[in-house]
Design a protein around this ligand. Structure first.
Ligand code: BGP
Length: 463
């Protein structure tokens, strides 16, 4: 079968400033929570490569953009590091940061690669985190200034903006399950943090539209379809709906429909965990829905009704409402511990078509992290990552099916272009189309998947 995609489909990859740039304390960059955490606990991170180095995009961006071209990109997403532009989170703009992001944007455009720019990718400036980070309402206002400054500086050339990448992750990681700084367990705080992220997003969208900018602004969400163990068991179905409300609809409904799901509101009210809301907030959220949606998809969530009574923490936790279910025989990515379920991507797109006004969307991340890719290396240094090619094809086949059925899907971005530094795995799991050799100053080599991607995008599809 031939999988042909619509004309002008966005093909490319995604990355983020903190995971690729490196150079902390260079050219005036301020500290963010990852720089700080790494300094405090370097052994927490594999391979001892921290965010101060990552993949050296700051110095190698020109070379990297050539490699993007060679691997068939017509678009590329990265983020502007808040702590690079505003070293203190607010106040003075760092001119060196302006110069750097201008140079990156111009280089992308000169190579016919459309820049997609995200504003927040887990990287709270430390100066703001010390005052509570997203818990503190002042951070929302500082974020709006940051966003407005970015639109003013780069909006003449950047036409695709995103307010957040995966806003649920700082909530889960920082305030529930301890894999992001500040590494606490407190569901009430988690709710407030999530609420402030939603509010900040709506306020940035409002500013963007008030400035009469000519592009579009959206949000990038990691959607994890929530499947009940037994569709005929009402208890399993109910548990799966709660997981869906907490992890998906919390941000999806508020971003696309401008309102929070009623079942989530009731759940939070029952445990006295509703966030602090100021007059006018809900109107701002209602009136400033996104123009387009980025969907990051890696894995589904399998859920069953609560059987175990184990408590994870003193106070309420999401897991008090459901158990995660390990489906027998499921296909796994053993390195990352994530289930590979290609049809999940189709189910998400169908849900968006049927229940979210068929909002214009694109796959903004999808990918496969693999440990020990050096085992697949050729004599010429390239990497035979056929499994990655299969992974992309299998997911794209479902994207194609959704498009045939009317889904409003505009593109597909892989995570990621260059192997890059990851929050909890450093360089253990490699995701890139292009290998980065840490022993050789970050030397780049295109993997087999990168070459395949070029052929595929040249034909705008595959067989
Ligand atoms: C997404 C993030 C990315 C990236 C990716 C891979 O959730 O948006 O920043 O890191 O996941 O996950 P990981 O690096 O944790 O394996």
């Amino acid at each position: 079968m031939k999988y042909q995609f619509p004309e002008n489909f966005w093909w490319g990859s995604a990355a983020s400033g903190p995971q690729t740039e490196g150079v902390y304390e260079g050219d005036g960059k301020g500290q963010n929570i990852w720089d700080y955490w790494y300094e405090q606990e370097p052994t927490k991170f594999f391979h001892q490569v921290g965010p101060e180095k990552t993949s050296r995009f700051y110095e190698k961006y020109k070379e990297d953009i050539q490699l993007m071209k060679e691997t068939g990109h017509n678009s590329f997403r990265t983020s502007i590091q808040w702590s690079r532009l505003f070293p203190e989170g607010a106040g003075e703009v760092n001119q060196k940061a302006v110069d750097f992001y201008n140079a990156v944007i111009d280089e992308l455009i000169a190579n016919d690669i459309e820049p997609f720019i995200n504003l927040y990718h887990f990287d709270m400036p430390m100066a703001l985190q010390e005052k509570g980070g997203w818990l503190n309402r002042e951070t929302v206002e500082a974020y709006v200034v940051f966003a407005k400054t970015c639109f003013e500086l780069f909006g003449d050339r950047v036409k695709k903006w995103f307010t957040h990448n995966e806003p649920v992750v700082p909530v889960e990681g920082g305030y529930l399950y301890q894999f992001h700084y500040p590494n606490v367990v407190d569901m009430k705080k988690a709710v407030q943090v999530g609420y402030h992220e939603v509010l900040a997003s709506a306020k940035a969208i409002k500013v963007y539209h008030e400035m009469n900018q000519t592009g579009e602004i959206g949000i990038i969400l990691n959607l994890t379809p929530s499947y009940p163990r037994d569709e005929n068991n009402p208890e399993d179905v109910k548990a799966a709906a709660i997981a869906d409300a907490i992890f998906n609809r919390s941000f999806l409904d508020s971003s696309v429909k401008g309102e929070f799901p009623q079942d989530l509101i009731e759940l939070l009210r029952d445990i006295d965990h509703l966030p602090e809301i100021e007059t006018g907030d809900l109107e701002t959220i209602k009136e400033n829905a996104v123009d387009l949606l980025g969907v990051n998809y890696y894995q589904p969530r399998r859920i069953k009704a609560k059987e175990t009574t184990t408590k994870l923490a003193e106070g309420p936790m999401p897991d008090d409402y459901f158990d995660n279910y390990i489906m027998p025989g499921r296909k796994m990515n053993p390195y990352r511990g994530w289930e590979i379920y290609e049809k999940g991507i189709y189910d998400i797109l169908t849900n968006l078509r049927e229940n979210y006004g068929n909002i214009r969307c694109f796959i903004s991340e999808n990918g496969m992290g693999v440990e020990g890719e050096e085992d697949y290396i050729n004599a010429d240094g390239s990497i035979e990552d056929d499994y990655r090619i299969e992974f992309v094809k299998d997911h794209l086949a479902y994207v194609h099916q959704a498009i045939q059925e009317g889904s409003n899907v505009q593109g597909y971005h892989m995570w990621t272009c260059m192997d890059n530094w990851s929050w909890t795995n450093a360089y253990k799991n490699r995701y890139g189309f292009i290998a980065v050799d840490l022993e050789q100053e970050g030397k780049r080599t295109i993997k087999k998947s990168g070459r395949w991607f070029k052929e595929m995008t040249d034909q705008n599809g595959f067989n």
